[in-house]
Design a protein around this ligand. Structure first.
Ligand SMILES: [Zn+2]
Length: 244
C-alpha cells in the first residue's frame, strides 16, 4: 500500500526505487556529499555563521561573543541532484522525505559531544501567510525529527520550541539577492519571546538550507536580545551551500 502513497523514484536521480530503498537509491545514498562537520567545532559553515554574527555585533558596537557551533548534513549545489532533497521538502510537500534526512542529521548530532547540552530546538519560523499557503513549515518538520533523535539519548529532555521565535514581517524571497541585500531583508524580521519557565543553556536553531547565513543570523540576534551569553545559540540545517 505504501508504494502507492510514497513516490517510488529516487529523489536525486529519478531511478525507480527497489523494494528496500526509500526516497533515495543506494547509489545516490552512497555518494551523498556529507559535510562531516557535526563533530567539529570549527569548519566553513560555522565560520560563515560566526562571521555574520560578529559583523552585526561590530555594527551595533556590542561586545563580541564566543564562537557558536553549526552543522549540516550534506553539501548543496545548484548543479548536483542532491539539491532536490530540500526542494522536495519545501516545495513538493514531501514531508516523509524531509523527516528521513532530518532524522539522519539528528542521529549524527546525538552522537557528538558538541550537542550534548542542547535543551531547546527552535525552527526558523515562516511568516503566518506563507505557512498557511504551504500548509507546514519545512524548518519545523526538520526540527521535530532532530528533537526526537536527541531525546533518544539516556536522560535527554530536549524541547521542540515553536513558540519562542516569531516572524514579524513577510520577507522577500532571497534567491537573487546579494549578501548585504539579504542581511537588510531579514534583519529585524524576527522577534523572540522571553521564556516563562527555565532559561535554556544551548539553543539549536534549525533551517533547511544554509546559504549566506543571513536568516539564521537574524534569528540569532532576536534570540540574543532575550537570552544573553553564556546561552549558546547554534545552527543546524539539512544542507550547506559552500559557494555563496
Ligand atoms: Zn539515485
Amino acid at each position: 500500500m505504501a508504494d502507492f502513497l510514497l513516490p517510488r523514484h529516487c529523489v536525486v536521480c529519478g531511478r525507480p526505487l527497489g523494494l528496500h530503498e526509500r526516497h533515495i537509491c543506494l547509489y545516490c545514498d552512497a555518494d551523498l556529499p556529507l559535510t562531516r562537520c557535526w563533530t567539529q567545532a570549527s569548519h566553513p559553515m560555522a565560520d560563515r555563521y560566526n562571521a555574520r554574527i560578529q559583523e552585526y555585533l561590530q555594527e551595533e558596537q556590542e561586545r563580541l561573543e564566543h564562537y557558536q557551533y553549526a552543522a549540516s548534513l550534506f553539501y548543496y549545489s545548484e548543479e548536483a541532484g542532491y539539491r532536490e532533497i530540500p526542494q522536495a521538502l519545501k516545495y513538493g510537500g514531501q514531508l516523509e522525505l524531509g523527516r528521513h534526512f532530518a532524522a539522519r542529521l539528528g542521529a549524527l548530532l546525538a552522537e557528538s559531544p558538541l550537542w550534548a547540552d542542547v535543551d531547546w530546538v527552535v525552527p526558523v519560523p515562516l511568516h503566518w501567510l506563507r505557512r498557511w499557503r504551504r500548509g507546514y513549515n519545512q524548518a519545523a518538520v526538520i526540527a521535530g525529527e532532530i528533537t526526537r533523535e536527541l531525546n533518544r539519548r539516556p536522560g535527554a529532555r530536549v524541547q521542540l520550541r515553536t513558540d519562542v521565535l516569531l516572524r514579524r514581517r513577510h520577507t522577500l524571497t532571497q534567491t537573487r539577492m546579494s549578501g548585504p541585500q539579504k542581511r537588510h531583508n531579514v534583519s529585524g524580521a524576527f522577534r523572540a519571546r522571553p521564556a516563562a519557565s527555565d532559561a535554556p543553556r544551548h539553543i539549536l536553531l534549525v533551517d533547511d538550507v544554509f546559504t549566506s547565513g543571513s536568516t539564521l543570523t537574524a534569528c540569532h540576534q532576536a534570540l540574543r536580545a532575550v537570552f544573553p551569553p553564556p546561552v549558546r545559540i547554534s545552527a543546524a540545517t539539512l544542507a550547506f551551500v559552500q559557494e555563496e
